[in-house]
Design a protein around this ligand. Structure first.
Ligand SMILES: Nc1ncnc2c1ncn2[C@@H]1O[C@H](COP(=O)(O)OP(=O)(O)O)[C@@H](O)[C@H]1O
Ligand SMILES: O=P(O)(O)OC[C@H]1O[C@](O)(COP(=O)(O)O)[C@@H](O)[C@@H]1O
Ligand SMILES: [Mg+2]
Length: 515
């Protein structure tokens, strides 16, 4: 393998037949003559039975596994797991754990398994918890974490460490890491958090400190790219079923009953899409990636009336980020971390539907609105998310002990890997509405595609205009496919000649944006 183009975020290593390794940084990249130690797992009675326990240095995991016979081998990530050589002596390790951003089932499991992994696999005894997110580094006390103190926390929702948004001050955080002589930092959080982790790692590297920074990606919305799915997501989908079931019971118990359920998903509608697919009781699923409209032919009101006539009841699931452009003219407000503060689309929609059907010549309806969002986020992880969170935490521990830094541990095609931080922060994972999964969902609900708004429909949800060749299109809010996946093509929904259409545009083509 030939190494080229090294930067501080990731190391690109090229091999035969188009093989590329997007490798994570290592402490030895910027600190020379580091001492190494044998991995104590060799003599651990539990692990010594495994025939090949240590991961081969050359093991990597392919990002895209659907290939053609002439395809280049493509991007790979370093396989996670214990290494024969460690770059930390267990007695010298002083680790800290911090949780940031919104709650997510499984946070406590990850904390528990970092503490227990460090202790039982490597004999590390000094682990501290940072109180209330990034700002806790410089404004709060820390708490000592031991296997005993974390033994049953995985049965509780939330995070025992507390969390926060905002308050990321890189130099104050790194000063504090130095002052406390911390040499392993475990950062559990979403895209915002991992951007913060990246800044911390960079500053640590600039100061030449022997401190490993390991991220564990957390997002209930499943909006982190590259990884198969995020921990807590399955639990959220499962818990959402309870709300959908309740909505269904309410709706079927009255004449023309409508159950409306709002689920989380600020920019990505994965929870709504999977909960809908799992339930089979949902008649319509609305997500941020797929624009919709209420009035006229092909609109939501028409569909509701049709379903009520056919079945006498219906269930609508709406992701919190859906239809934000319809709710109100946006005067964009941000939270402390810079995330868009959303209007309550569920409440808005329930009022709009009630208002519409109260008109003369419309139907008498009974609508029940259920908002289970924070209840879903606050529960403990289910069994499969507990196992998943355990493996993510253990991978992070193995990686840090082996001297890797500036990485997150993540599942790629079912294998645990180390991914450079920049790869998971550079974009958000979104439902691709031109993919099969959305089509499966549409076929399960048989809802309208909302692709042909009637002439004269308000254009206020048009985001910007683009020109492709000589044509100017009005672009509706929609995800862009990852250009890495599809040879520079991205899908946009455009408004042309009074109807919405999909267009594939090349990222390289001249795209002029104007509001
Ligand atoms: N671009 C950024 N650079 C540094 N820190 C960031 C950045 N974006 C967010 N953060 C910090 O990460 C933490 C969590 O971010 P947030 O967006 O609230 O949640 P999440 O990590 O779940 O996406 C906050 O403390 C915030 O200040
Ligand atoms: O009320 P809060 O804490 O700001 O959280 C609301 C947001 O948190 C989420 O559950 C997850 O967001 P993060 O991944 O950024 O924590 C979003 O779906 C939701 O919009
Ligand atoms: Mg986020």
């Amino acid at each position: 393998m030939a190494s080229n183009g090294v930067d501080w975020q990731m190391k690109l290593v090229e091999g035969a037949a188009g093989y590329v390794l997007e490798d994570v940084p290592h402490l030895s990249d910027y600190i020379h003559d580091l001492h190494t130690y044998p991995n104590p797992l060799q003599s651990n009675p539990a692990y010594s039975v495994v025939r090949q326990y240590f991961v081969d240095e050359d093991d990597t995991v392919q990002e895209k596994i659907v290939v053609h016979k002439d395809s280049p081998r493509g991007t790979h990530f370093r396989r996670a797991g214990p290494r024969q050589k460690m770059y930390f002596k267990p007695a010298d390790v002083r680790a800290c754990i911090v949780t940031c951003g919104g709650l997510c089932p499984g946070l406590n499991t990850v904390i528990r398994e970092i503490v227990c992994g460090l202790h039982f696999m490597y004999g590390v005894t000094e682990v501290i918890g940072v109180d209330c997110g990034f700002r806790g580094f410089y404004s709060r006390n820390t708490v000592s974490l031991t296997p005993k103190s974390v033994s049953d926390i995985h049965k509780r929702g939330g995070t025992i460490l507390g969390t926060s948004r905002g308050g990321h001050d890189t130099s104050k955080i790194v000063d504090n890491i130095q002052d406390r002589e911390i040499n392993q930092v475990y950062i559990i959080g979403g895209d915002g958090t991992q951007k913060g982790a990246s800044a911390i790692y960079k500053e640590i590297r600039l100061r030449g400190l022997k401190v490993a920074v390991a991220g564990i990606p957390k997002t209930i919305d499943n909006d982190i790219p590259v990884i198969d799915k995020s921990f807590g997501f399955d639990t959220a989908v499962e818990e959402a079923q309870r709300a959908i079931n309740a909505a269904h019971v309410e709706a079927t118990s009255v004449e023309n009953g409508i159950g409306l359920v709002k689920l989380m998903g600020r920019y990505s509608g994965f929870i709504a899409m999977y909960a809908t697919l799992a339930s089979r009781d949902v008649d319509c699923c609305l997500i941020p990636e797929s624009p919709f409209y209420l009035e006229g032919k092909g609109g939501l009101y028409e569909f509701i009336a049709k379903r009520l006539r056919e079945n006498g009841h219906m269930v609508i699931v709406i992701a919190e980020g859906a239809g934000q452009d319809l709710v109100a003219e946006s005067t964009e407000q941000l939270d402390a971390s810079g995330n868009k503060l959303l209007k309550d689309v569920g409440l808005w929609m329930s009022l709009k539907i009630k208002e519409h059907f109260a008109k003369p010549r419309e139907m008498d309806i009974t609508l029940k609105y259920i908002d289970p969002t924070y209840m879903i986020r606050a529960i403990p992880a289910n069994a499969s998310d507990n196992v998943y969170s355990t493996l993510l935490a253990q991978s992070a521990v193995h990686g840090a002990m082996a001297g890797y830094t500036g990485f997150v541990s993540g599942l790629v095609n079912g294998r645990h890997t180390y991914i450079p931080l920049n790869r998971i922060t550079e974009r958000q994972n979104k439902v691709v509405i031109t993919d099969r999964m959305w089509a499966r969902m549409l076929s399960s609900t048989n809802q309208p595609s909302f692709m042909n708004p009637p002439k004269g429909t308000s254009e206020k949800h048009i985001r910007w205009r683009i020109s492709i060749g000589n044509n100017v299109f009005k672009v509706l809010p929609l995800l862009m496919n990852d250009s890495r996946n599809c040879a520079g093509l991205c899908s946009v929904v455009v408004w042309a000649n009074g109807s919405m259409k999909f267009r594939q545009v090349r990222k390289q083509s001249p795209v002029n944006e104007s509001l």
